[in-house]
Design a protein around this ligand. Sequence first.
Ligand code: ZN
Length: 70
Amino acid sequence: MIYARIKAFVERLAPELVCERCVTDRLGVSAERTLGVVLHELAAQSEFERQIGPCALCGESTQAIRCKGR
Ligand SMILES: [Zn+2]
């Protein structure tokens, strides 16, 4: 399930930010709309947050998400 894969991916990089494009690239998420929905759901949980910032993988400052937990 793509939701679980994205969640695990962001958690693995915690507490670093990862941008939406890197999530797409690394996980091969084909539908951008799907990614948007998943990120929206993750951001609704207290341990995740979306923010503009430098991505840990590509270094670009753009819309990104991170896991605050651990
Ligand atoms: Zn990136």
